[in-house]
Design a protein around this ligand. Structure first.
Ligand code: ATP
Ligand code: MG
Length: 287
């Protein structure tokens, strides 16, 4: 699968309408990707093992989307094969009082992956240029007046770009997924959540409230993606109307990113080899 068409590197102006939410890459059903997904999961797990052993690169994977786009199930599926010791999933909800008393990147910085590990952000500091922009939440924040200018969001784009460049230059690689859902599919999934008792827990009134701001959110996503996509820290705009295809594309993107990182097991030196041989001898012939 060629993931290039879903990759946004910021060289061109960016419009979401060029990305079809219902795209399935010419495939018909989940059966067409079953084998590939299985193989990908195995490959990703192998690469994760090497990433962990090498201990040089941290991998930050960000999921952003409108409600019901399938973030949770995408995370569950794609990471199903990896060693849980090397991965942490962090959800970014409405900030707590403590979080609000800090700069907005604080809670993200605390959750960054150490070298060798993967951190998955279910939502992220991008909320601070999305929901915060749509509802102008910055107006009521406890900030000095000089920090609450009209261009606060533009400034945050630059801060985020710099933050991600800083991470890149320090060996933390950021991969950003936007699950691109149509308004109709969101409605369909909300109704399913209401009609299906087992899915009731997933539904919240807040989702209906936010849906009214659909266009504002789309524009906020468009402009955030345009402003923060770069060659080193690209965005991937993933069609999200068909969950099986969403997961297939995500797993291919991750695999290609991790292959490019090319993590390697540490090389065993001559001295280490000798020490290992010595240990083996002792184990086999205890005194
Ligand atoms: P799900 O609904 O699948 O459980 P979710 O990610 O939508 O997952 P919720 O608890 O429903 O989780 O929503 C979290 C809410 O917190 C979102 O509406 C999001 O916009 C909001 N949020 C996250 N970060 C911030 C922030 N910095 N400022 C204000 N609201 C935020
Ligand atoms: Mg929600």
């Amino acid at each position: 699968m060629n993931v290039k068409k879903y990759t946004v590197t910021g060289e061109n102006l960016f419009g979401l309408e060029e990305f079809d939410t219902g795209d399935t890459g010419g495939l018909n059903s989940s059966d067409d990707v079953k084998k590939m997904m299985k193989d990908n999961i195995v490959e990703i797990a192998k690469l994760q093992d090497r990433l962990y052993a090498e201990g040089k690169t941290g991998l930050l994977i960000i999921f952003q989307a409108m409600d019901a786009a399938g973030k949770d199930s995408a995370i569950k599926h794609v990471m199903s094969g990896v060693n849980p010791q090397g991965v942490e999933v962090v959800s970014f909800k409405q900030p707590s009082t403590e979080e609000l008393s800090h700069d907005y990147l604080w809670r993200a910085a605390k959750a960054l992956p150490p070298r060798g590990k993967i951190a998955i952000f279910n939502r992220s500091y991008y909320e601070d240029v999305l929901v915060v922009k749509v509802h102008k939440l910055y107006e009521n924040m406890n900030l000095p007046d000089r920090c609450k200018g009209k261009n606060i969001i533009e400034k945050r784009y630059a801060q985020i770009r710099n933050f991600e460049d800083y991470l890149w230059e320090n060996g933390i690689v950021t991969v950003k997924f936007f699950l691109h859902l149509s308004r109709e599919t969101q409605l369909k999934r909300f109704l399913e959540r209401i009609d299906n008792k087992d899915k009731n827990w997933k539904f919240s009134d807040a989702d209906v409230r936010e849906r009214k701001y659909w266009d504002d959110y789309q524009e906020a996503y468009r402009s955030a993606i345009e402003a923060t996509a770069s060659k080193n820290n690209p965005w991937y705009v993933i069609p999200a109307d068909k969950k099986w295809y969403t997961r297939a594309v995500i797993s291919n993107v991750l695999l290609s990113v991790m292959k490019k990182l090319n993590p390697r097991y540490p090389i065993v030196t001559k001295e280490q080899e000798e020490a290992l041989a010595e240990s083996k001898k002792k184990l086999e012939n205890p005194e």
